[in-house]
Design a protein around this ligand. Structure first.
Ligand code: SF4
Length: 253
């Protein structure tokens, strides 16, 4: 569940900081250089207008209202520029960073879902975090997912069945460095990344040259332990990127 109010509150504080900063600068420079003060005011006013524009577009996207493709694209670029400042302000006022990260993943996914793709299964990589594997399982699946015995205690078995049915590439990444290495070596045309909010954001920001659809893992046992995946979310991401349809049993038609 995305709480857009927390995002708007954070943006409101960012705008207030900009206005306050400009007032202070004006007080100090008014007697020094009039033209310099004017330029500062125009610059800050432009930034505030851009931020307000981006917030309105973001709000509409989060509320699943219709937004044109080009506005989405522009907004995604602005949101990426604002990301670090917004995260910093949010955490300073006690808003969990994940609330903001969820907004950015939604902006990214909505933008991708407004494109049209026709990839082959082999063009796509699914990246899964290691914490999806049952904590008590002793099998080493990180280097070779096929080592899984498909006992059904975690999602890894279901993912292998999917891989066997449609030939999609699935890798388990123990961290961002390994995920980047997998992408560099396999050169996919698209990625379906399953991860927590923090890892999804860093993956999406790292791979701007290809579409990366983010899927949140579920964490009923807290972070990094026995997390699980809604396999239907992964299947619908595959269906979208390939333009084909996998049934709930992993069969294509
Ligand atoms: S499905 Fe079973 S065997 Fe495979 S990784 Fe999960 S717990 Fe281990």
């Amino acid at each position: 569940m995305i709480d857009v109010k927390k995002y708007i509150t954070t943006i409101g504080i960012l705008v207030a900081i900009l206005i306050l900063g400009t007032v202070i600068v004006n007080i100090f420079i008014s007697s020094l250089a009039h033209i310099f003060g004017l330029l500062i005011n125009i610059l800050v006013l432009s930034i505030i207008i851009v931020i307000i524009f981006s917030t309105i577009v973001t709000y509409n996207i989060i509320k699943d209202k219709k937004v044109s493709y080009s506005l989405m694209k522009i907004n995604l670029k602005i949101a990426n520029l604002l990301f670090n400042s917004v995260i910093f302000i949010a955490s300073s006022i006690g808003i969990p960073k994940n609330e903001i990260r969820k907004i950015y993943v939604k902006l990214n996914n909505t933008y991708i879902y407004n494109n049209k793709y026709n990839f082959n299964y082999g063009d796509i990589i699914i990246l899964v975090p290691h914490c999806v594997q049952k904590n008590s399982c002793k099998l080493k699946v990180t280097n070779k997912i096929e080592n899984c015995a498909k006992c059904g205690l975690c999602n890894i078995g279901e993912l292998i069945k999917l891989k066997e049915k449609i030939g999609i590439n699935i890798f388990i990444a123990t961290g961002g460095t390994l995920a980047r290495k997998i992408i560099m070596e396999n050169k996919p045309k698209a990625v379906i990344a399953v991860a927590c909010e923090r890892d999804l954001i860093s993956g999406i920001q790292d791979m701007k040259h290809i579409p990366v659809l983010g899927v949140f893992n579920k964490r009923p046992n807290g972070p990094c332990v026995d997390t699980f995946i809604d396999i239907y979310e992964v299947e619908s991401a595959i269906n979208f990127l390939t333009g084909k349809k996998i049934s709930t049993k992993g069969e294509c038609f």
